[in-house]
Ligand binder design. Structure first.
Ligand SMILES: [Zn+2]
Length: 480
């Protein structure tokens, strides 16, 4: 069989989290009672006029800067005509030939060594969302909820630069975390805040031309995108191998069934009869506005991740989890900047016990009394051998919701580590005396039994014995 390469382009629709909708004053809010959050403008009643929400332009332009796009200081909205029951106007106000943002790129991280791949961004344009059809069992037919009409969207269109479902997933994860970093979308997949149109084609490895592509619209989770790509690529290869040809089609991905179905042969742009939206003026953005928006872009998660690996020596996994959260990343950086301990110790604590406590209490770092100074001081006490790692857990529990410093907790609880061998010999002797079978196992060659014995000594010393010293003492006793 010939070897094939998969070519993927993605169109990501992200709902923006502005206060109000894109062309009217209705609240931009998910979960209102059906048809309670709409007005004559967003439902397209004759005679009403839209007014563009300036925040939408700002949010879209900031995403453009984050993705290295050129921002067109003069652009316009266009009318895209199509009929669908959830679109009461029978057209969508979108952007056609002059989008707000063009020609950008996103460097996705493709492996744990931090290698990146350059993915072109064709354009980002602004448009409005449509309503939602509700398929109720109790009703023969469909109902429609217009609350989502006029919710602002940006559509981010990639070049066909992605070559596998794994790359597509990395791209989508990166887009989502940038949206969250910029705080321009809530990124909630389960509420449909990010949806994706997936274009897939295949071609023989080495071929210069692209194959004919098929599009799957509105795939609503990243894992579904992965499954949809893998399925569609395999389907196309099967058709080609059987001597068939791929037709340009729109197919519907059914994630439950794990397959897609022909929806219609693909419409071309001309089918939409685009024309400049006559109810809205030209959009002009000043130099000052553009400069301010550009200056507002923070260091983005991908760049942070690579910097943590390169400059702070963190492994990919740690760097990824920390950079994913604006709050945890800022906390980690502030603690690491104090230079009191290894960045990796801080990362272990933040991603381990601190995150566990935050989850258990359903709160964020800002809700606690933990400061970068306190955490770094605690990690330094452990690195200096003053307290054990186990005692560190107690210190954290005691100080995370109080004003106590690590030193204070260590004093109050008597947690200082005992490193004096003579003080620990009794503990080691007692553990060895009570663990005859484990000792026999160790002498029989099961060297990992040592870890168990160290653990028992730690327990008996109530976490205060220095594990390294006890390990030494155990080894000495076992070799006798
Ligand atoms: Zn409205």
């Amino acid at each position: 069989m010939m070897k094939y390469e998969t070519v993927i382009g993605l169109e990501v629709h992200a709902e923006l989290n502005t206060q109000t909708k894109i062309y009217c004053g209705c609240q931009n809010h998910f979960g209102s009672e059906v048809n309670s959050n709409c007005c004559p403008i967003c439902t397209g009643m004759p005679g009403t006029l839209p007014t563009l929400n300036e925040k939408v332009v700002e949010y879209a332009a900031r995403m453009g800067y984050a993705l290295g796009c050129t921002i067109n200081p003069v652009c316009k909205m266009d009318r895209k005509n199509y009929f669908y029951p959830d679109l009461p106007k029978a057209y969508q106000i979108s952007q056609y030939d002059i989008p707000l943002c063009e020609k950008g790129h996103l460097d996705i991280i493709v492996d744990e060594a931090g290698h990146t791949k350059h993915i072109g961004i064709t354009r980002i344009h602004m448009e409005e969302d449509a309503g939602k059809l509700i398929h109720a069992d109790s009703f023969a037919g469909s109902l429609v909820d217009f609350n989502r009409c006029g919710v602002p969207l940006i559509e981010i269109v990639s070049e066909p630069d992605l070559r596998s479902s794994a790359e597509a997933k990395a791209y989508l994860d990166a887009i989502r975390s940038i949206l969250l970093y910029l705080d321009i979308s809530d990124g909630k997949m389960q509420e449909g805040s990010i949806r994706c149109d997936v274009n897939v084609s295949v071609r023989p490895v080495g071929a210069a031309e692209f194959g004919t592509r098929c599009e799957m619209k509105n795939v609503n989770s990243f894992s579904a995108v992965v499954r949809a790509i893998d399925y569609e690529a395999a389907r196309q290869v099967e058709v080609l191998e059987a001597g068939g040809t791929i037709l340009q089609e729109t197919r519907r991905w059914d994630d439950m069934a794990g397959k897609n179905f022909l929806l219609r042969s693909k419409e071309d742009a001309q089918d939409y009869r685009y024309f400049p939206e006559p109810d809205l003026g030209t959009i002009v953005v000043t130099e000052e506005q553009l400069a301010a928006w550009r200056a507002s872009i923070p260091e983005l998660p991908g760049a942070k991740l690579l910097r943590y690996m390169r400059d702070l020596g963190l492994p990919y996994f740690d760097a990824g989890l920390l950079s994913e959260s604006v709050e945890k990343a800022a906390f980690f950086e502030a603690a690491a900047a104090l230079g009191k301990c290894q960045p990796k110790s801080l990362s272990n604590w933040i991603l381990g016990d601190v995150s566990r406590i935050l989850n258990e209490q359903s709160c964020t770092l800002a809700d606690t009394s933990l400061t970068p100074e306190k955490l770094a001081a605690m990690a330094a006490l452990i690195e200096a051998g003053t307290i054990s790692n186990t005692a560190g857990k107690t210190v954290l529990e005691e100080m995370i919701f109080s004003d106590k410093t690590p030193d204070q907790v260590v004093r109050e609880k008597g947690l200082a580590q005992v490193s004096d061998a003579s003080a620990l010999e009794g503990i080691v002797a007692q553990v060895l005396g009570e663990s005859e079978k484990v000792v026999a196992d160790y002498r029989g060659g099961k060297t990992n039994a040592l870890g168990f014995l160290v653990g028992q000594c730690m327990k008996l010393s109530k976490g205060q014995g220095n594990p390294a010293v006890m390990r030494e003492l155990l080894l000495k006793a076992l070799e006798e």
